[in-house]
Every structure is written in C-alpha cells, then in structure tokens.
Design a protein around this ligand. Sequence first.
Ligand SMILES: [Zn+2]
Length: 229
Amino acid sequence: MIPEKIIPDIFKGLPVNAFFTTRTFNADPDTLKGQLQAEAIYLPVQKHTANIIVLDYELEPRIADSVVTNREGLAIGVQVADCVPILMYDMKKQVAGAVHAGWRGTAEGIVRKTIAVFRDRFGSSPEDIVMAVGPAVRGSCYQVGDEVVDAVSKATGKGDYAQSRGDKHYIDLPSANRLQAMADGVLPGNIWMSEECTHCLPDKYYSYRYSKGAAGRQYAFLSIDRSLL
Ligand SMILES: [Zn+2]
C-alpha cells in the first residue's frame, strides 16, 4: 500500500500541517482544506523562475516558484514531477515557505533567496528555520549537460552532489539545495531529506523523466495552524 502522503517528522510538535503527496493522493479541494485546516490554498504559476511571492490577503495567481507567508489558515504549496519540492518554517517568527527548485531554480539559488526573504521581511534567523526536502529525481537518475553542472555549481560551490562518469554528468539537486541552505546558516539537524528518488519509484511518484514527459504532479503543502500548539 502506497501512502497518500509523506509527513516529514522535522515538523513534529510545530504549529504546522505539512506534507508531500504521492501518486495515490486524491483529495478534492474541500477535503484538502480540511486536512490542512486552511480556508484557502495557494499554488503559484510555476515557470522555473527565481520569483518569490510574499502572500497576505492578495491571492491572485502570479508567476513564481517560491511562496512565503505568515498568514495562518492559508496553505501554500508547489507542484513537481522530479524537481525538488521544499517546505520551510521559521519556528520563532512563524513564517512558512514552499519552494519549487528545478535545476534552473537551484542555479538561481531560489532557496537562498527565499531564506533572504524570511530574513528581510520577517526578521528570521536561519538557525530557527526547519526545512524538508521532498522526493525528487536523484543522483545517477538525473543525467544532465555540462551547462547544468556549471550553473548549479556556481550557485552551490563544492560538494559531492555532482558526479561524472566518462563524459556523462549527474547531479543531485536535493543535496545541492541542502548545501545552499546550510551555507546560509540553516542547521544540518534542522533539514529533513526524503531519501526517495521519483524516477526509481514510478508506482509511488510521478516522474517526468521516467514517463518521458507526460506526467502528473505531486504536491508539497504547508499551512500554519496555531491550534496545534
Ligand atoms: Zn532514481
């Protein structure tokens, strides 16, 4: 039995509802609002940008690949099918973030830019941020061209996220995003990593690479819910 959702234990005891979905997830909007204890759900119009939206009460669809809010009862989310879904929460300032990091977003440092928004707009300290990096295509399942390795390396620095075998290059975007967050002061112990690869588990996750294009999407959702305190 494939579970409908993956609940990262890093958020345990915090006033948030947060999860990553699998292929078997099939909630209608009302059920989903109930699960998230949210009166509204916001998904940005994703275009592999480095745009970040800060949401309060203006919920018009906008092009962005990262959403930040401190509004309770508003669930924020992203959709992916191989790219990296990331959920973030500042335990002190009670600020939530949802990020879609493909290779372009990773190369643009979208996680670092999101952390900067937490800091500049909400006064966050990185050591108060907990983060969950969801299921994505990983390592040897993600062969890329030199230009991708170059772009991601420029944004990330040295690390074992990039491997080459002969003239073939592979990159592990979840690890690159983890390193970027750590470079900005997020503590390693505050980062939860899914160990799963969407491409290796086609029965469990949608994978763009596995299905050669036509894939559904899985979601990452997070809502602030102070009734959990
Ligand atoms: Zn794999």
